[in-house]
Design a protein around this ligand. Structure first.
Ligand SMILES: O=C(O)CCC(=O)C(=O)O
Ligand SMILES: [Fe+2]
Length: 342
């Protein structure tokens, strides 16, 4: 495939609206403010300065883009292509995987809204567990035919990158390279795929992609087919539109990294605005410890001046928390707020 421009979701040209009241109408800052980490710097003599740059980005922003990772463009495009093809297809697979049960390891969901008495698709969503791959891949969509192969290849590659980044993050916190290494190797990976239809409304577009939220992960790595992801800059309280480069990936500090770091690295609050120029597909890969493994504040980061700020918790606690909070979309920092020791 030569270009992501061909990633069109032709039949999804529905408008998607959500109450403008939920939208954070904050100013956007310039594109250049999003930190970019050249991940090759982790090899060799520049490791120390790269780790320090990663630490600064996590502390000051909670997000950064990764350049020069080893994931081939063909793997990125291949994953976006099958994601798009799945959302675009009319197969029974969607029906088979459709569910409101958020505890299912593989789940397809359609978020619809009433717009002037008419039901419109706001967003399509497919979630699947991804690690260990052999355990889950047979449950993934079997159509399009290349889905499992392309998405499987990407999930393995992005996990390697996530492990490399998490190791560097632990080092940046002064916890050492081996901190939680085995637990992260045995950890959990879930992929959340989204398709956002084109917004048909004229400016200002009243519709909304995903409301502001933070992720239930240590880190999340997002791949997007076109711009739309916006990050809340905690210092300026403004939204930054993530610049779109075809082969760059965005890393978010997730709720569990906020816990481990005792609040030194805060969860990235992000949202997706509606698309006025094109349909959009994204693949978020969420990485955390295994489902029953307790995540605790690192002992080394608990001091007299910085007492333990978060309760111990695990992913299963989060899954239990979701249904009582309507299950679909957490707003901002709903979950992490329940873990804070006040
Ligand atoms: O569509 C995106 O870029 C972001 C998706 C997201 O925030 C998520 O899956 O948690
Ligand atoms: Fe997210």
């Amino acid at each position: 495939m030569s270009s992501l421009q061909s990633l069109r979701l032709a039949h999804l040209h529905h408008s998607h609206t959500k109450g403008a009241t939920t939208r954070h109408s904050l100013m956007r800052t310039s594109l250049s403010a999003v930190p970019v980490i050249d991940i090759r710097g982790l090899e060799g003599a520049s490791r120390f300065s790269t780790i320090s740059d990663i630490g600064k980005a996590c502390r000051e922003k909670g997000y950064f883009q990764v350049a020069n990772h080893n994931i081939p463009s063909s793997t990125l495009y291949g994953a976006l292509h099958v994601a798009s093809a799945f959302f675009d297809s009319e197969t029974d697979e969607k029906q088979r995987l459709m569910s409101d049960d958020i505890t299912k390891p593989v789940r397809f969901h359609m978020i619809k809204e009433m717009v002037i008495g008419e039901e419109k698709i706001q967003r399509l969503f497919l979630k699947h567990y991804a690690h260990p791959l052999e355990e889950w891949i047979h449950m993934w969509p079997s159509e399009p035919l290349e889905y499992r192969n392309n998405m499987g290849t990407y999930s393995v590659e992005v996990r390697k990158l996530a492990l490399q980044v998490m190791e560097a993050i632990m080092e940046s916190l002064g916890l050492g390279r081996g901190y939680l290494k085995n637990q992260m190797h045995d950890g959990f990976q879930v992929m959340a795929l989204h398709a956002y239809p084109l917004c048909e409304h004229t400016n200002p577009c009243p519709s909304f992609g995903i409301a502001p939220h933070s992720d239930y992960s240590i880190i999340t790595i997002v791949l997007q087919s076109s711009p739309g992801l916006e990050e809340l800059d905690p210092k300026t309280n403004t939204w930054e539109l993530l610049p779109h480069r075809y082969d760059s990936l965005c890393v978010h500090v997730g709720n569990y990294l906020e816990v481990i770091s005792n609040g030194l690295y805060k969860s990235a609050v992000h949202q997706v605005s509606s698309n006025r120029d094109s349909d959009r597909v994204s693949i978020a890969s969420l990485h955390s410890l295994s489902i029953d493994e307790q995540v605790c504040v690192a002992d080394k980061l608990i001091t007299e001046c910085t007492p333990k700020g978060y309760k111990d918790s695990n992913l299963r606690d989060f899954l239990r928390f979701l249904p009582i909070n309507k299950g679909q979309h957490l707003q901002c920092n709903d979950y992490i707020d329940t873990l804070k020791i006040k």
